[in-house]
Design a protein around this ligand. Sequence first.
Ligand SMILES: Cc1cc2nc3c(=O)[nH]c(=O)nc-3n(C[C@H](O)[C@H](O)[C@H](O)COP(=O)(O)O)c2cc1C
Length: 192
Amino acid sequence: MVYLTPRLAYHTVEVRLEQKRRPLVVYYSLDGNTQFIGESIAEAVSADALQLKTKRGLPSIPGIRHFLGGMQAVLGLEPKLEPYSVSLQAHDLLFIGTPIWASRHTPAVRAFLSRHEIEGKQVALFCCYAGNPGQAFEAMRKQIPNNSFVGEIGFKEPTNSEDPDVAVAKAREWAREMVSRASRSVSPEGQT
Ligand SMILES: Cc1cc2nc3c(=O)[nH]c(=O)nc-3n(C[C@H](O)[C@H](O)[C@H](O)COP(=O)(O)O)c2cc1C
């Protein structure tokens, strides 16, 4: 009697499930511009969003507000933030946004960057300004050096611009490009 053993080829099929983790958009906004852009970014790339709020606000009188806010930024103060819940471990790509105060990133964003150990992330920086972004991006990069910076972009008063939709389109396109850059800079083994 001949027994025929079917020749079954066993292949180890490695199914790599691409687990795309949602980016996180973190921003502070006093007058709504950075919020406007932050929300556009979050929507464009299906990101989670965290808006930072300070426990103490600034006075509403424009001159005093500018002076005090500017001083806080120049002095590198880190105000207390309203409680929030975030797990940075759950995100590989962070969008971090700030208005420009005295050519710097805002005290609230400075406080956030100090509070968390942000390392080994892909980071994209954005800001809103009235004149120019100054040295804010450089200072933010210095504050959290052990990360991969995939890009940065500034928006001049987007909510007061002639066509806010143009700013939204620019923000969306940039955000998608950042996601694409971040995924390209990670090798299949997950190493940058
Ligand atoms: C305290 C303070 C300081 C500012 N300093 C600058 C500055 O140095 N350079 C600049 O271009 N804009 C400066 N601005 C303008 C804001 O960066 C700009 O209006 C920005 O769009 C505000 O963003 P927000 O609406 O999200 O708060 C300052 C605004 C404030 C309130």
